[in-house]
Design a protein around this ligand. Structure first.
Ligand code: DGT
Ligand code: CA
Ligand code: CA
Ligand code: ZN
Length: 581
């Protein structure tokens, strides 16, 4: 079979990497990269274009690279690429995937230090052998070790972030639902449960006629490979490498199928055990009584749970974290919903690293139904984020007050002035207390020195939480999905301080953060700590990420009452006031 566009693009990209390592002129490297991009995004297969003799007519593909595409289609390989492969060890090319290693460094590690694998690079860094190479130092050596750690995690755990998978899944589902015969449809699996990362996408559609849905599904433009094309189940692999499964069931069996394919496996095992205790064997199709009587079909999930004597359990709770016992006792939480959120208390403008003006952010938030916001740009030591000096902070306050007056008059919408202050590496806060006292609301965040030892970084968090001017700790653990684990914080100590000082903890809704994650949010709820679900928006579209924060909160059993931005503005202001500002 002829090489696919993805395979051709992959080879061109690797050639570009190799040429860069060799120090080729950047023009040549860029022409490979550009062509790779063109080929990857091209709506038709290169083999089809070549069959018509029209490769050179593709915009941006010159004569030389068109010949190379032809060669790959004819022979299944590229001689130029094979030659480079013989010259540059694969491990050196692989080094480019490590954060902090560019082509010049990779070449230096190879030629000067004779390192040809990532493992060898790691060993050399651990032994302190990289720091004496030209342009290197102890700091860049540590950076490379961190980069290798993150690279290894990516390779070992190739899960897709929720924020990437969900929009894609919803797009594919919408196309299926537009077809005649599709009655109901939803995402299922870990995606429906709102896990921060997902292994594969599960789609479920109710229809009496599965075949046209299956055919449309495997023919979607995102599909790179069809893994299975059956009567009621199909699986495809997308160009991104993500797998998507589609199941089609008759509407009469929707409930059991949806319950089954939503998981989690641990939750379902317990549910099946409970069914068995009632003499019913449960699978994706039905409850089958063991006494041989007629199967019980469930058209919705409520019926499934009712059959085993319990109320419906929201999918976000189905992790076997105690939800089945709570359902049996009648003590399931009344989970927060997106409509409960009235404010966004953490957002950035063009004063620091955001895209919009204060007024534009306020308008965008108002259009999304919020009643008030707090502008929290970065503080002065956040150099790369254009953090605000004290002078700029005070000047910004004038503008916030002016916008607040206008928005208040026009719409009853309020804009408050805050800051997202750095908790600096030494544990001090980035503005003095007398400045913090002039702000309406203060978010304190860890952005730097996140790899400090547990005791040291925990102490920094405690310093911030115990400052009477700090109202909220932003994205407390500092994790980035999927590449960076959270800081090594003593979370019980963090919770105790948040509780003692009545400082709120954030559930940052950005799908790259989702921090606090559900298990920590759940613990915070148990301890009666206040939470806040913010978008940390740097642009208008960031405000639409709120749903991921709400999903995460729901996974953490969070109810609206403990979330400070569900409150009306008067209650919010009274709380901030009472905290001793
Ligand atoms: P993922 O894709 O790794 O993020 O996690 P899930 O939960 O989406 O798992 P997946 O895609 O393997 O299966 C979707 C659901 O289907 C899963 O949550 C429960 C159900 N399921 C799949 N395979 C099995 C199985 O072998 N046993 C049981 N009890 N349930 C299964
Ligand atoms: Ca899945
Ligand atoms: Ca699956
Ligand atoms: Zn922020």
């Amino acid at each position: 079979m002829a090489l696919t566009n993805q395979q051709i693009a992959g080879i061109f990209n690797t050639v570009a990497d190799m040429l860069e390592i060799k120090g080729e002129i950047i023009h040549r490297v860029m022409s490979y990269r550009r062509t790779a991009e063109t080929v990857a995004d091209y709506p038709r297969e290169m083999s089809a274009v070549a069959a018509e003799g029209k490769l050179t007519e593709i915009p941006g593909v010159g004569k030389v690279l068109a010949e190379k595409i032809q060669e790959m289609l004819d022979t299944g390989q590229l001689e130029f690429y094979e030659k480079l492969r013989a010259e540059i060890p694969a491990g050196v090319v692989e080094m480019l995937a490590v954060n902090g290693v560019g082509p010049k460094k990779a070449r230096m590690f190879w030629e000067e230090a004779k390192l040809t694998t990532i493992d060898a690079l790691e060993a050399a860094a651990r032994e302190g052998k990289l720091r004496d190479l030209p342009g290197m130092g102890a700091k860049s050596e540590t950076k490379i070790l961190e980069g290798i750690e993150s690279y290894k995690r990516r390779v070992a755990n190739p899960r897709t972030p929720l924020g990437e998978a969900l929009p894609l899944a919803e797009r594919m589902l919408a196309r299926l639902m537009a077809l005649p015969g599709a009655e109901r449809g939803t995402v299922a699996g870990s995606l429906r449960r709102g896990r921060p990362t997902i292994g594969d996408v599960d789609l479920l559609v109710a229809s009496e006629d599965a075949a046209p849905l299956m055919d449309a599904f495997v023919a979607m433009p995102e599909v790179a490979r069809v893994l299975g094309h059956g009567e009621s189940k199909s699986s495809v692999e997308l160009q991104s490498g993500l797998q998507v499964d589609l199941k089609v069931v008759p509407a009469a069996r929707w409930g059991t199928a949806l319950q089954y394919f939503s998981g989690s496996q641990a939750h379902n095992i317990k549910i099946r055990e409970l069914a068995l205790k009632r003499g019913l064997s449960l699978n994706e199709f039905a409850f089958t009584p063991q006494d041989g009587s007629e199967p019980i079909l469930c058209a919705d999930e409520e019926a499934v749970y009712a059959t085993i004597g319990m109320p419906w359990i929201a999918p976000e709770l189905r992790e076997d974290w105690g939800e089945i016992e709570a359902a049996q006792r009648g003590t399931l939480p009344k989970l927060i919903e997106i409509g409960d959120i009235h404010a966004d208390l953490h957002m950035h403008t063009a004063w620091s690293d955001g895209a919009l003006t204060i007024r534009e952010m306020a308008e965008a938030a108002r259009r999304r139904g919020r009643d008030f916001i707090v502008i929290t740009d970065h503080s002065r030591s956040a150099g790369i984020a254009n953090g605000l000096s004290i002078e700029r902070l005070l000047a910004q306050q004038q503008e916030v007050r002016a916008v607040d007056a206008e928005m208040r008059d026009a719409y009853g919408f309020r804009v408050f002035h805050g800051s997202e202050i750095e908790i600096k590496a030494d544990g001090t806060l980035d503005y003095p207390d007398d400045i913090l006292a002039q702000l309406d609301f203060v978010v304190a965040s860890l952005h730097v020195s996140l790899r400090q030892p547990r005791e040291q970084i925990t102490q920094r968090a405690l310093n911030a939480l115990s400052n009477p001017h700090v109202d909220l700790m932003g994205h407390p653990r500092g994790q980035l999905i999927p590449e960076r684990e959270g800081a090594d914080l003593d979370m019980e100590a963090v919770f105790a301080a948040a509780k003692a000082h009545d400082t709120a903890l954030e559930i940052n809704a950005n799908p790259a953060r989702l921090d606090l994650e559900a298990q920590y949010a759940k613990r915070a709820v148990e301890l009666g700590i206040k939470l806040c679900i913010d978008t940390d928006a740097h642009s208008e579209s960031d405000m639409d990420l709120l749903r991921y924060g709400v999903m995460t909160a729901r996974r953490g059993w969070v109810e609206a009452a403990s979330v400070i931005n569900t409150w009306p503005v008067e209650q919010f202001l009274a709380w901030v006031e009472a905290r001793g500002k």
